[in-house]
Ligand binder design. Sequence first.
Ligand code: SF4
Ligand code: SF4
Length: 643
Amino acid sequence: MNPLARNEPGKTILAMGNDAIVRGGLEAGLGYFSTYPGTPASEIGEGFTALKQQFPHIHTEFSVNEHVAAHGAQGASWANVRSMVTMKHVGMNVASEVLHFAAYSGVRAGFVVVVGSDPGATSSTSEQDDRWYSLHTHLPILEPATIQEAKDFTIKAFELSEKYNLPVILNAPSKLCHNIGSLTLGSLPREVQKNGHFERNPTRYINLFGGSVANHRRAMESIDALEKDIPLVSLNREAPGTGKTGFISSSINYLYLMEALALLGIVDAPVLKIGITHPLNVKEISGFAGGLERIIIVEELEGFLEYQIKQLLYDTGIRTAIKGKQIFPRYGELDVDIIADVLSRELGLPLPEKMERALTISETLTTGIPPRQGAFCIGCPHRATLYSIVKATDRKVIFAGDIGCYTLSCLPPFRAFDWVTCMNCGVGIAQGMLQKIEGEKVIAYVGDSTFFHSGIPNVINAVQQHADLVLVILDNKWVAMTGHQPSPTTDVSIHGEKMNPVDIKGLLKSIGVKYIRSIDPFNIKASIAAVRDALRQEEGVRVIIAEQECALQFARRIKITPPEYTVFYQIERGRCQLCNECYVDLGCPAIRKDFNDDGHFYYIEETACLRCGACKDLCPNGAIVRTEIKLHPGTSRETEKVS
Ligand code: SF4
Ligand code: SF4
């Protein structure tokens, strides 16, 4: 049994931070869950999906984007069913419009917005500090520090949402989302609100004719009421001390801080751990600051707490010195080492000898590790598509990159990416740029999920503005980069039901795209010809749809349903001219180099090869051969048509 489904209050299990948030939702009686997957928060959606059998009343969906997901959760809340929407930090940019209005119109049942942030940008193109959205939207924000708090704060967030009539944000950084620790279960509710009903409430839901001002006021009054109640909410914790320097921290940084203080031998420092970082309670903060000479605020990224605390203390007349972003970096992740190092300099304390030693050892180990470069998976259709694009263009075009697995094409051997910023930056930026440059060809990329996320309006605009570009839609049928959640082109739902995939071609036709071609990326010669043909045309937006399933999903599927043919690809050494097309220009990791008395040679590692056939198609010397062993009557993948 999935341990998250157990109704055994008091039992302690091992759980990831994201699992703890799922369990918090279950204990809170959640009825609606929506998300657009994004690291580090993707596993929350996976968690609810895996629990469908035990909790069939929870509607779980991977929405088309975060804006849609947030609206869905708002709708469920207005139907009086507790709802949760999750996203990664940059997803807040997409959902923020919904959340601004959600603050105005309020909730009926609890509405919780979980945001997985990514200090250090380990899996993102930005490390924006999304906590500022809570100030901008007037929504409370909770920052759990531990796995246990991730669950407990989730439950609290639902309670606060209902009590103060506001959606509540729960912020969890990647180190918390993905850490594993002990989690003590609470009880699952005996009864949950499975379905609700809508009650008309025009003064709240119709933000027109002065209604928006009245609702703005209501939102401000709600957040002010919560601010006064913060001590009763009991999410903040003060550890009194006798020292004259106090520390304030939140989230996982609080744990780092406590470890750093212990390392430096500081045992008497007053520490305020803040669990609800907006709003802050003036009495609580001034009470803590009152007798201190200095406060050091430890938080990742920007000085969100520092900004609020300085403002709040200024109004009370307390002039305790505040140090935050003057001494800590405003970018990147914090950890115990960084905090201890900064504090040792600030407080004039030596770093303990064992820590100096550990840092030296860690530095030595790091320098000894050979650098590894990201690469497409073996058999990935994107590799084959990129190979064809590079061969067809000789890189003499502008490459408009985008967000997805294909972002790896900025690396060797392809180096076919001129920018990547946010979702749909490829066609979006290109279509504007094309209005102001002449004589340049542009190839824009977009994955199927990114296209549906927010690409369609960009393509419509490009068509309407007659932008001359080639758009390559890399349709691998999954949201692969975040763990293979379904995309609108996937033919199966998260619950295994058959789906009707969206017809991309039909959609493109309906918005006025006249040139649409499909390619099988593994058919290299045809793909190169298709790219050249599309570039030759001068009729606005031309679209090539590269259709092949994600290699990892394909590999999983053939494990479940073994194919009826076994196919091998081998390099015939007698024919191979060592031209490097397969080994360097395609760069499939299943093609290996070895040495003998005559020098080096290439071979295909049979246990790694995924039999995509791309290398066979591109070898100019016919040195790569395909051998087919028929196990059962039927067809092999090579002859299968995906669409
Ligand atoms: S592409 Fe063909 S000839 Fe060139 S290195 Fe590979 S196997 Fe040898
Ligand atoms: S067939 Fe060739 S390109 Fe495809 S996975 Fe095997 S070695 Fe790599």
